[in-house]
Design a protein around this ligand. Structure first.
Ligand code: FAD
Length: 587
């Protein structure tokens, strides 16, 4: 019979899409014993999600690979809006700045998911010394939790049995097309495809934590009995990646185009002269979750989704501009509803993240971003708990923080969908394209990902808010909003005179950072005295930094102190600062 291995692991990640990779990079960086499995035989090579928002790029930067999108991706600076004139021909009505000026040093960038997965793979290889690799093609068969052990941090309460698929079963169907496409895993029910060949091997894995980052039809989510809630319609999007030949002057800018009666199109310029066209094809009845009692599934007729059909629609929308194709790279029919899972975890041991928790249209370019930010939020917390550096109580902040973001996103997507898909006009049942542009303008800060504002919790110290639109500033540092990302301002370093973005001094390496703002201490004896007192405290054995830092580790290995002052550089030398704020050995 089959040999069955048995093993222990601290964290098992199921699914190596953007959210799984983001979890894996944290575990690699922090030296956690983790494994990541995926049922696909290979990583994604073309197509799928492509938009990277500024906040995601900041996070890539914090892991040291933001230079890769900077070199390879198409960076967005301008967007244009087209709508029909009285003769029904589209014409340009507005040209706008893409994103929000000054919110981040990064601009939204576009490149296909396969490259992003490659950057992650390279960084994970480096951080883990080639020990953390996506194991493919592997699929879980069962997940059992021993509830009597979930309070015990040294136990492995979760048992997952996995099997290695034969190569035949791991190769996705292309549904009759020669061209690479994304039709194979797009529709509900595909995930339940029968695997007809015997598995190559089985393994029983005992884990402390399991992450389900296994996409919209998440198997892990189903094991937890969590059923996503939301709209009862699904939209079908046609996506086409081509090198176009056209006389549309704004083809290398992002465009949103409403035609008089052929629907709308979104144009996204991409790497290597490629342009992506997004077209909403039609609505279908919701396909019920497998296992629910909501009746039989309505299947989408995939044979109707062809690159020619999508192109044909694009030509009609773009009329009187012409559209020809030099090269077609990829296409898909992308079926999606607007849904959020009511729970993101169970027992604070098994978590779901990314598309497993939320699905929505591709219009706001958020899917991959929000998915990656989910596990950016979650994985360091699990790592700190596994390493005994933090109480398991911090794990509850994951669902609290990220479910709100997911709900805000679905809300945004819901309104945007209506405006994007509506027929332009002034009569009943039509939408105003002015309102559409306004909505995008107002929403653009949200879509950068830089305005997320977490509520009060064991990690965020501020009053519980009643109105989520009110930001809570620190009473002393009034430009810092508690619960939000730290602004990436430029500061000149005292020692070398170099201007740095402050984020570059705060990489994602698992350390906590304490920033002290001492103002113009050279002109204020009171501030100078406070600075000395604070420095004395941090140098003393009773400081919490001393207390939480193991005696055999560097003094800044757990908490790093950063001092920001506002005195005239001509009057300050670095020995004006207390020792605690200078490079030093353990004191
Ligand atoms: P995914 O990227 O879906 O990753 C899930 C991973 O888990 C996959 O690698 C899958 O093989 C694996 N997996 C699933 N089930 C199991 C299992 N039982 N066992 C082991 N592994 C499993 N977004 C856009 O913004 N624009 C687009 O044009 C667009 N097109 C898309 C086309 C396709 C075909 C798909 C699937 C998604 C598309 N999306 C698009 C959505 C976007 O890709 C997702 O929002 C984003 O990838 C979410 O990341 P994720 O890691 O949560 O999930």
């Amino acid at each position: 019979g089959l040999q069955v291995k048995e093993s222990n692991v601290d964290v098992l990640i199921v699914g190596a899409g953007p959210s799984g990779y983001m979890a894996a990079i944290w575990f690699a960086k922090l030296g956690i014993n983790a494994r990541i499995i995926d049922k696909r035989g290979t990583k994604v090579f073309t197509g799928q999600a492509d938009g990277l928002q500024p906040r995601a790029l900041e996070v890539f930067n914090s892991f040291g690979f933001a230079h890769r999108p900077a070199k390879e991706a198409s960076v967005g600076f301008e967007s244009c809006y087209y709508e029909p004139d009285p003769n029904g021909n589209i014409h340009k009505v507005a040209r706008k700045v893409e994103g929000v000026v000054g919110i981040s040093r990064f601009n939204g960038s576009v490149i296909h998911q396969g490259r992003i997965e490659q950057w992650f793979t390279d960084a994970i290889d480096e951080f883990s010394n080639n020990t953390l690799k996506v194991e493919r093609p592997i699929i879980p068969e069962s997940l059992v939790v021993d509830e009597s052990k979930i309070q015990d941090q040294s136990a492995y309460p979760i048992t997952v049995t996995v099997k290695k698929l034969s190569d035949e079963d791991a190769t996705p169907e292309q549904f009759g097309h020669k061209l690479e496409n994304g039709l194979y895993r797009q529709f509900a029910g595909d995930q339940e495809r029968e695997f007809t060949h015997p598995p190559e091997s089985r393994e029983i894995i005992h884990a402390k934590y399991v992450l389900g980052t296994d996409g919209a039809h998440s198997w892990v989510r189903k094991q937890l009995g969590i059923v996503p809630e939301g709209e009862s319609t699904d939209y079908i999007w046609g996506v086409l990646d081509i090198v176009p030949i056209t006389n549309l002057p704004d083809i290398r800018k992002r465009c949103a185009i409403h035609s008089a009666s052929n629907g709308s199109i979104m144009i996204i310029p991409r790497e290597c002269d490629l342009v992506r066209f997004y077209i909403q094809l039609k609505e279908t009845e919701r396909e019920p979750e497998v296992g629910s009692s909501a009746g039989t599934q309505s299947r989408v007729d995939r044979s109707k989704i062809t690159p020619e059909a999508i192109l044909d629609r694009a030509r009609k929308i773009l009329h009187p501009y012409t559209l020809d194709v030099a090269e077609t790279h990829w296409f898909t029919g992308y079926q999606i509803g607007q849904r959020v899972a009511p729970k993101f975890e169970k027992w604070e041991r098994v978590f779901i993240a990314g598309d497993a928790c939320h699905t929505h249209s591709p219009k706001a370019g958020q899917g991959m971003n929000i998915s990656m930010m989910d596990t950016f939020n979650l994985a360091w917390k699990i790592a700190h708990v596994v390493q005994g550096k933090a109480s398991p109580a911090i794990l509850q902040t994951y669902e609290q923080e990220r479910r709100q973001v997911a709900k805000d996103l679905i809300d945004y997507d819901f309104k945007l969908s209506r405006l994007f898909s509506g027929k332009p006009g002034t009569g009943e049942g039509t939408i105003s394209t002015n309102e559409f542009r306004d909505f995008i303008d107002k929403g653009s800060a949200f879509t950068t990902g830089c305005t997320v504002d977490y509520d009060a919790s064991v990690l965020v110290s501020k009053p519980m808010r009643e109105d989520s639109s009110i930001k809570y500033a620190s009473p002393l540092a009034t430009q810092l909003f508690i619960g939000m990302r730290f602004p990436d301002n430029r500061l000149v370093m005292q020692c070398d005179g170099r201007p740095w973005f402050i984020h570059d001094k705060m990489p994602s390496d698992g350390r906590w950072r304490l920033l002290c703002f001492c103002g113009d201490f050279k002109s204020s004896p009171a501030l100078a005295a406070q600075l000395v007192a604070v420095g004395d405290y941090f140098s003393s054995p009773k400081s919490f930094i001393t207390k939480y830092t193991p005696t055999d580790e560097r003094v800044d290995s757990v908490i790093e102190l950063i001092l920001v002052h506002a005195s005239d550089a001509n009057n300050v030398e670095w020995d004006d600062f207390p020792l605690a704020f200078r490079p030093r050995d353990r004191l």
